[in-house]
Design a protein around this ligand. Structure first.
Ligand code: AMP
Length: 396
């Protein structure tokens, strides 16, 4: 895998696909600069080598129209502040103005291009558009994991115009390494904790992951489809009746593959889907009618703790309860704490894909686990075993 350190950027212009799709307030101030910070190491490496950086990104969904509200010029000052260099801005990402700005760029300088998605050719993966982008730089770097699952012009198609002069940025390389640890090269025992609302949205991940893990924890809303399929009473809990057969099939497959599956044994049940509902702790297979399981119970958490603490490689995708409601967040917070404890004891922990990332940030675990993925959809597709087009394009 070619990474930044295989290159010396002296007198080179690096065309870098970054993910600067950051939130703006109504006055167009950047309200969360995490994604800009995340791209900094790659930009700095290029500049310190004596090269220059041409940054390209999308912002929002302008659908091929020039939309001033989604101009990347709003974030130029923030990028300058983070990188520590006064960033130049090009009003278009292709064409004469962009080419001139790129040609005039001197070592140590940074150019930010206007929103790629002002051109519909970006998302359609247009060859000509990609070729025009490619003219701006000598080397192509992809550092945008969040869009690596899209075969867009700037994330995938552009790479074909660079032969060997292309590589992953530091952020993307870290994502790839983290996924590889869980899916291929991690120390055993390997554990996946899959939570979230529905079996149907996680099924491809579960099927793919059964070949990679020693233990699988199933939690959250998915639990009840499994429990009902095994003959339990789940009351009014979220349940996909049409996925019950599939749930049994998964359990059979897991057994055949020697994967130990851990499902909740008790839950915090509520008489309403509300933070103010009445609650009781019940066995997971004896939930009374009118009650629904909204969080993992104490015996369940004790079981989860034991499994988590003996694992050396841990993937966490999906909360184990309705963590958005304070009264049902305990399970998800506890699982986070167990993972932090395992990490301190030497385990590698990756949190990725959707709501577990939100939970980890909300409860302050992000610096205490080994890696928190920056890409929702891209991480989910990786866990499903798909090769992301943006990654394949660099490896070709
Ligand atoms: P996902 O996007 O698939 O990771 O699902 C995350 C959502 O699952 C969160 O919004 C949780 O509130 C929800 N969830 C977790 N446990 C339950 C449960 N027992 N009942 C209903 N929703 C749940």
């Amino acid at each position: 895998m070619k990474t930044l350190n295989d290159f010396n950027f002296e007198n080179k212009k690096a065309l870098i696909r970054v993910d600067f799709n950051v939130p703006l307030d109504k006055d167009f101030n950047v309200t969360d600069s995490n994604r800009i910070e995340a791209a900094k190491p790659t930009i700095i490496k290029v500049l310190e080598d004596g090269g220059s950086a041409i940054l390209m990104s999308h912002l929002g969904r302008p659908n091929g129209e020039r939309n001033p509200d989604m101009s990347l010029k709003h974030i130029a000052d923030k990028v300058s502040e983070v990188v520590g260099v006064q960033v130049k801005f090009s009003e278009d990402c292709i064409g004469e103005s962009a080419e001139k700005a790129a040609a005039d760029l001197k070592p140590g300088e940074v150019l930010l291009l206007e929103n790629l998605r002002f051109h519909s050719e970006e998302t359609s993966g247009d060859q000509d558009f990609a070729e025009k982008l490619s003219k701006l730089g000598d080397v192509y770097i992809n550092d945008a994991f969040g869009t690596a699952h899209r075969a867009h012009a700037s994330t995938t198609i552009v790479a074909q115009f660079f032969d060997d002069s292309k590589c992953f940025g530091q952020l993307l390389a870290k994502e790839i390494e983290a996924i590889d640890k869980v899916m291929a090269s991690g120390e055993k025992p390997v554990l996946a904790i899959l939570g979230g609302a529905k079996v149907s949205s996680k099924i491809t991940i579960i099927e793919n992951i059964l070949d990679k893990v020693d233990h699988l924890i199933v939690g959250g809303g998915m639990t009840y489809t499994f429990i009902k399929a095994k003959g339990g009473k789940v009351g009014d809990s979220i349940c996909e009746d049409d996925k019950m057969e599939l749930a049994l099939e998964i359990l059979k497959q897991a057994e055949a593959k020697g994967v130990q599956v851990h499902i909740p044994v008790d839950v915090i049940a509520a008489d309403d889907f509300s933070n103010d509902a009445n609650t009781q702790t019940v066995d997971v297979d004896k939930i009374p009618d009118g009650w629904q399981g909204l969080d993992a119970g104490p015996k369940t958490l004790a079981n989860f703790k034991e499994v988590i603490l003996k694992s050396k490689t841990i993937l966490w995708n999906g909360p184990v309860g309705v963590f958005e409601m304070e009264n049902f967040a305990n399970g998800t917070i506890s699982v986070g704490n167990f993972i932090v404890e395992a990490t301190k004891a030497g385990a590698f922990s990756l949190v990725g894909g959707g709501d577990s990332v939100a939970a980890v940030k909300q409860f302050g675990f992000q610096d205490k686990v080994s890696y928190v993925s920056t890409g929702g959809g891209a991480m989910l597709e990786s866990l499903e075993g798909k090769t992301l087009p943006g990654i394949a394009a660099i490896l070709k």
